[in-house]
Design a protein around this ligand. Sequence first.
Ligand code: CA
Length: 226
Amino acid sequence: MKILLVEDEAELVRTLTQSLGTLGIQVEGRGDGASADAALQQHAYDVVVLDLALPRLPGLEVLRRLRQRNDTVPVLVLTASGDITDRVYGLNAGADDYLAKPFELSELEARLRALHRRRLKSAHSVLAVGALALDTISRRFTVGGQPLELPPREHDLLEALMINAGRPVNKLLLADRLRSSDSVLSHDALEVYVHRLRRRIEGSGAAIHTLRGLGYLLEAADASPA
Ligand code: CA
């Protein structure tokens, strides 16, 4: 799972990045609202953790813009302890959950996993691009109803592209997702996987486009890249 943590307390970002990292949750940190807004327009995350009191752009505005773009990524809002106003505004603006500071790491982890699970289950149980389909619960691919078996890394890569179909997915994020526990995946290696995947899904009606500076995008083969 990859999350965006928007929080201006640098020390909290540092600790959470480290402690969530050991739990297998990758954290990308942003210290202000404006850079969070920019990151959310360029990259895909599984869950967003959003502090409301932020420099440059308030958290609620980041959230409002996100939902205006019809981005359904789950958002967990961090609120000051006992501040009901924040909570109500956050939920009204499209937050999925909230957590009052200070919180226990285990509580945050449980909320993140629940949001991620809920999204995978409810949002789309079967995703389709052309004749290529992904059952997000069983995590199986099919082409025209026939099973498409893929090696693990190609599977993970196609899954990340499929969940974000129609939106570019950043190469660094993909490389991050595909890395093994001790080695970072190089861009060259990522390109090799993409190349193989393109051949495997040939004729499925789905195509992987390279968008310079933005990453890879999966969409129907007859559509032109954005
Ligand atoms: Ca803050």
